[in-house]
Design a protein around this ligand. Structure first.
Ligand code: C2O
Ligand code: CU
Length: 455
């Protein structure tokens, strides 16, 4: 595959993947292959992507559809592909047990069980290889649509008023390769880069020209290790309508959106009065030191004034708190020993270790977990496969704001305790595990991951 220059200019938008029909099943073909990409002008970086040299197409699926993701691995090594946030059987989840050998195709087929609109994503998840494979560009977005009047009231015309913003904080090393771990960011000759949909926001602010009205941006922090805070450059508020795993109960006015690695949010920008809105990103490393601040995207409209937009519905989603009175409780402690990262003292770096130490739960069980960050300075995150969770409290303070929305990934700062509740619905298995882990992919590879089996 040839090098693609992706520097500056108009924001690239990943194409929507058009499925083919096999009887009543929508088939989404994904081809994984290596390529080369000019992240820096004139420098060909070795990269990889789905159906291209970097990143992958957006897959849009609907509640209750029958779909098949047909993944062909044309890399020179084995991989797996995980559907981050999708409520799916563990044998199809794409965790470390679902290996796709080089040269083979893996085709999980399932009925979409998600019962709310949400922004998810997909990426490799092999043991010890996730950070490297994702760093090459193997990531893409999944949009789940669920019909509801609130969903229908939001912008949802992909590429017109509804856009992904896949943000990746990376670094181009002196030899042209992309950083695969924290050391790559600080190595001599490295150039820090914020990529947005594969374009370098560091080189030139990507621009997006839209029709007058509301614009929906689906923010994904697909960085290996960094946290990204997005805010309007003029300090004005934006309207957040969704957290990781679904629409918020009500539109929320926020002045910034902080996303840990793996986390998503949906925001609306108001361009009804015809202006340019510039968003900027502040990028922080694993110990929360600011690496850089850079304009992320400039959204503008030149179209003539149209009719006034109807107000957003006051209710976007009904989020019923899980009944936790009789819930089983557990503590999951994130800790480390030098470079070895652990949960409850276990470094989940092999299938045997994951299997021998897995959490066992039952179908429809409701559990309450205290996720404790016992490391001195590292900001971790906590991601759970299978089902989204509700945040009950953070350091004993009842959850509020965006944390009242459904989530599957959350930041856990040093010393913090995040109390979450979840219910393990629909899927059981006696062979395949779900994973729970820190989404700092270097930490995940270094063992901050456990398995979970529902049966
Ligand atoms: Cu996005 Cu287990 O990962
Ligand atoms: Cu971590």
């Amino acid at each position: 595959m040839t090098a693609v220059a992706l520097v500056g200019g108009t924001l690239p938008v990943p194409p929507l993947l058009q499925p083919t029909l096999d009887k009543d099943v929508l088939v989404f073909p994904l081809q994984m292959a290596t390529g080369s990409t000019e992240v820096l002008p004139g420098v060909a970086s070795p990269t990889a992507g789905f159906n291209g040299a970097f990143l992958g197409p957006t897959m849009r699926i609907l509640e209750r559809q029958k779909v098949r993701f047909s993944v062909t691995n044309n890399l020179a090594e084995e991989t797996t592909v995980h559907w981050h946030g999708l409520h799916i059987a563990p044998s199809m989840d794409g965790g470390p047990q679902n290996i796709i050998a080089a040269g083979t195709t893996w085709s999980p087929q399932f009925t979409v069980k998600q019962s709310q609109s949400c922004t998810l994503w997909y990426h490799p998840h092999g043991l010890g290889t996730t950070a490297r494979q994702v760093s090459l560009g193997l990531a893409g977005m999944i949009i789940v649509d669920s019909p509801s009047p609130a969903s229908a009231s939001l912008p949802r015309d992909y590429g017109r008023d509804d856009f992904p913003l896949i943000m990746q904080s990376t670094a181009v090393l002196a030899d042209g390769s992309l950083a695969q771990n924290n050391g790559g960011f600080t190595a001599a000759g490295s150039t820090l880069q914020l990529l947005v949909n594969g374009a370098s926001a560091t080189a030139a602010t990507p621009t997006l020209s839209v029709d007058r009205g509301r614009v929906r941006l689906r923010l994904l922090n697909a960085s290996l290790v960094d946290t990204i805070t997005v805010a309007r450059a003029d300090g004005a508020a934006v309207t957040q309508v969704a957290s990781d795993a679904g629409l918020l109960a009500a539109p929320l006015s926020v002045t910034s959106v902080r996303l840990v690695h793996g986390e998503r949010a949906e925001i609306l920008l108001d361009l009804t009065t015809g202006t340019t809105v510039t968003l900027q990103a502040t990028v922080q490393n694993a110990v929360n030191a600011v690496r850089y601040t850079v304009p992320l995207v400039a959204v503008s409209t030149t179209s003539p004034p149209g009719p006034l937009l109807p107000p957003l519905p006051p209710t976007l989603n009904v989020i019923t708190p899980l009944a936790t009175t009789n819930a089983l409780t557990r503590t999951l402690t994130l800790n480390n020993n030098g470079a070895i990262q652990m949960i409850n003292g276990i470094a989940g770096t092999s299938i045997t270790t994951l299997h021998d130490n897995m959490i066992m739960t039952g179908l429809n069980d409701i559990e309450v977990w205290d996720v404790v960050n016992a490391t001195a300075a590292l900001h971790h995150s906590f991601h759970l496969h299978d089902v989204p969770y509700q945040v009950i409290s953070i350091n004993g303070v009842a959850a509020s704001g965006v944390n009242l929305g459904w989530k599957d990934t959350i930041e856990v700062p040093p010393g913090a305790t995040v109390k979450i509740a979840m219910q393990f619905t629909d899927f059981t298995d006696t062979e395949y595990m779900y994973m729970l882990h820190c989404h700092n992919l270097v930490h995940e590879d270094a063992g901050m991951m456990l398995g979970l089996m529902v049966n």
